[in-house]
Design a protein around this ligand. Structure first.
Ligand code: BEZ
Length: 216
């Protein structure tokens, strides 16, 4: 199933390291980062899950719940979490979906059938490194797919959350390499008259490029 930005995130029930969940109930009124991993007990994934656990406060401050997925059994997940905690000196406090039968990963198109090396012992494809940012209305706001060989940049994922949340509150967009606190771009749909009221003293290096101080 091809999922596009603005689609409702498909619902599912699944076993996780924190118990059984109904995904839409899990989302509740929060933003969610759903991210998949090729397999348990693999090195890059072990560092990624450690990094997400280390940054749990940054996600919480943004009203974001994180949930991982790996195409293995729950028993393996529990053993793997012990390794992750030990080696990264963290406490993984978010759920990891046990998707050994690929039910959720098929729904979310997280399987790469082209990579013949990314398969389990039976030759069944593992998931790749997909990321979905989902808003409290359950709409998909970002999709990213990384190859199995490349660990994700979580600064970037948090940066996009900041941009989306700011853009939902104010009529702005964010420029290349923008970070929280940097100047923002006034949305092209805002008239100059409204821009003056909303962002007094804004700068316009081009008629269609109007910059304002960040409303954070
Ligand atoms: C890893 O997490 O290190 C990994 C997983 C699957 C393929 C390649 C690397």
């Amino acid at each position: 199933m091809v999922l596009r930005l603005g689609d409702e995130a498909p619902n599912f029930k699944a076993q996780t390291t924190e118990g059984e969940i109904d995904f839409h109930e899990f989302i509740g009124n929060s933003w969610v980062v759903l991210f998949s991993h090729p397999a348990d007990f693999t090195p890059v994934c072990t560092t990624e899950l450690g990094e997400v656990a280390r940054r749990s406060k940054e996600f919480e401050e943004r009203n974001v719940k994180v949930i991982g997925l790996s195409a293995n059994e729950l028993g393996d997940h529990h053993k793997w979490v012990k390794d992750i905690n030990e080696v990264n000196k963290v406490n993984v406090g978010f759920p990891i979906i046990a998707d050994a039968d690929r039910t959720v990963s098929t729904k979310y198109d997280m399987l790469d059938y082209q990579d013949a090396t990314n398969v389990d012992t039976k030759g069944i494809p593992f998931t790749v490194r997909s990321v979905f940012i989902i808003d409290p209305k359950k709409k998909i706001r970002l999709t990213l797919t990384y190859p199995a060989s490349t660990g994700r940049n979580f600064d970037e994922i948090i940066r996009v959350i900041d941009s989306l949340q700011l853009g939902d509150k104010h009529r702005i967009t964010t420029p290349a390499n923008w970070k929280k606190g940097d100047d923002v771009i006034i949305h092209p749909g805002v008239t100059n008259e409204d821009a003056e009221k909303l962002f007094p003293g804004y700068k316009a290096p081009l008629p269609y490029l109007r910059l304002a101080k960040s409303p954070f």
